[in-house]
Design a protein around this ligand. Structure first.
Ligand code: F6R
Length: 274
């Protein structure tokens, strides 16, 4: 696991966009796993600014390659999760969020962008179908992740099995409170969701976890330094062979071994490259 501490959310977005741009330029990224929520938004914005070099002066030292439209047009994307019972055209649905923040911003082909069908009549069949779609696409090359205050990844709340696949879950009360900001009231936040399982997420070739702000510090510390436990589902990233954790100072503030991570970052023998 590589832990990278950056000054703020914008710097995190630039780092993530540089990384994704390099993967795309090197032909190493055909299937991107996307998250909703606030955490990945600066990364999507920064990536959009790199399309065909527009605004690339904001890229990291050394200059990241610009992102070609062709690379994005043939990119396949899979979202992590969706609420149950919310029609895809409702603005609160993750279908709508992905359409607006990812598909349109990055100019992806909408037929290649997939979101779990939380409004399906047969949810179990929809979950199986989603797993099949990911398998048919050859698996996710790089998965962008946020982390919830409960330690969830996707909507895998505490007690989720480490080997779980896409399925229906019940949202934790804390998650419903946290996501009430996207609805008119907390009561409107659905009780249930469809989410990729932890096993599904772990199959991705690479994980990029983004967290910033003090409210994430506790969950980040448990995920990065705590025991591997389904009580903190995000702790499973410790088991992934290629996980990068991008944090700002506030989200990193409860890490016990912070000095060591900074030391590693400062003396990186193999800086981020293709
Ligand atoms: C969203 C998702 C969730 C969020 C997490 C953090 O698709 O899977 O795990 O990443 O709840 O949300 P934000 O980024 O809004 O703090």
């Amino acid at each position: 696991m590589q832990i990278i501490i950056l000054p703020d959310a914008q710097a995190i977005g630039e780092w993530a966009a540089d990384h994704i741009a390099r993967r795309l330029a090197a032909g190493r990224l055909q299937v991107l796993g996307v998250a909703t929520g606030s955490s990945p938004l600066p990364a999507y914005d920064a990536l959009a600014r790199r399309i065909d070099g527009t605004g690339a002066e904001g890229s990291a030292e050394g200059g990241a390659p610009a992102v070609s439209r062709e690379a994005l047009e043939t990119l396949t994307a899979f979202a992590l999760d969706e609420y149950v019972g919310i029609e895809p055209d409702r603005p609160e649905s993750y279908h709508a969020v992905i359409r607006e923040e990812v598909t349109e911003k990055l100019g992806l082909d909408p037929s290649r962008v997939h979101v779990p069908e939380g409004a399906a009549e047969d949810l179990e069949a929809a979950c199986r179908h989603y797993e099949q779609l990911i398998a048919d696409a050859g698996g996710v090359d790089l998965q962008i992740l946020g982390i919830g205050a409960t330690g969830h990844l996707g909507f895998n709340e505490p007690s989720s099995s480490f080997s779980s696949r896409t399925r229906v879950k019940t949202l934790a009360p804390q998650t419903r409170r946290d996501n009430a900001r996207f609805f008119s009231s907390e009561d409107e936040v659905p009780l249930h969701c469809v989410t990729q399982g932890l096993g599904t997420i772990m199959d991705a070739g690479e994980l990029l976890l983004i967290a910033y702000g003090e409210h994430k510090a506790e969950a980040v510390a448990r995920a990065v330094e705590g025991p591997l436990t389904s009580m903190c589902p995000a702790s499973i990233i410790q088991w992934h062979h290629d996980a990068v954790v991008l944090l700002d100072e506030a989200a990193a503030s409860k890490l016990e071994h912070l000095d060591y991570y900074r030391h590693v970052q400062e003396h990186d023998l193999l800086p981020d490259q293709d």
